[in-house]
Design a protein around this ligand. Sequence first.
Ligand code: ADP
Length: 399
Amino acid sequence: MKVLVINCGSSSLKYQVINMNTYEVMCQGIFERIGLEDSVLTHKNSLKGKYVVKGNFSNHKDAINLVLETLSDKKYGVVNDINEIYAVGHRVVHGGEKYSKSVLIDEEVLSYLEECVKLAPIHNPPNIIGIRVCSELMPNIPMIAVFDTAFHQTIPEVAYIYPIEYSLYENYGIRKYGFHGTSHKYVTQKLGEVLNRDIKEMKIISCHLGNGASICAIKGGVSIDTSMGFTPLAGIAMGTRSGNIDPSISTFLIEECGYTAEEANETLNKKSGVLGISGVSSDFRDIEKAALEGNKRAKLALDIFYYRIRGQIAAYAAHMGGVVDAIIFTAGIGENSSITRKACLEGMNFLGIDIDNNRNNVRGEIGEISAEASKVKVFVIPTNEELMIAKETLEVILA
Ligand code: ADP
């Protein structure tokens, strides 16, 4: 049973075909610069190697057409006929308040996703285009939407309502939604498997630390709070995003610093975070190197990043009644940076958290990094959002 997973962005498209009997990735690829000059498709068949196509692909339809042709290519493909694909799982960033689970896509679902465009103006439109084009090119194959927000629909009112005029929630849907849900859900389930414990009986804090970063509190197997908010700009400091700041800074930038609203948005999303503080890079490898070489602002950027993560972990421990069962680190930084993991958990013994420096040397694979005596188990668990999307896709169809 083969499931195609599609993550469609405004000028790029990532995909994987996963064999759901073995969970093996049969092929994966990325189409870059769609709609621009010199578009390029890089396709990798896990057994037969890499295949690159360059050209000018002016729209998503032409690009997806080429992806489908490649999937059934005699040499680099994984199917003889595209109808061998059992279902297509689409990553959709925003599912609003309506979807707390993945859903089979029909016109009604699509029209609700269009309504959600105002909540995710950058992400939802290309997601919708990907769905429409795939439905047109593969009319006999079911399409499933898997939302980044869905896992967080269990967050209680007390955590998702902002302390602003209530009518702004009622009229405009301004509330915390949370993102990275597919990743938090995947690593939490994986932790349950690794520990052979029922996650419904556990209190877990999941730290997804990649270019975008968010922390999630999971109790009884469901999300009860998360650091991102109305948009993915909220929460802890990130590669280029500010995370939580005094909201007046936005209006100050416009009224006093001469920014347009668009420029204010751009600076907080793309020029802030550890990039903004350090002036070095948004990549933690570069910042860690610069800090070691004595760059003070690089060190400050890292210290602010750790400080905010530590505060968020402590806050979630408090909301869950103190000592938690487990903390998970995942995504690019969480999986690879032992320096970050150690620094974030420094001085957290008061919450029963104690890591083992030798164990903490793990990179990119599952590993327990807590000390034998630690009350809280700390794990590195590589995320796999594509596999989670494929699993959910199958679940919807088989339900
Ligand atoms: P996203 O999916 O949000 O684009 P990733 O989860 O792939 O991001 O994370 C990318 C980030 O991971 C990079 O920007 C870099 O900061 C960080 N990273 C990757 N490898 C390492 C490493 N060995 N040490 C420190 N940070 C790393």
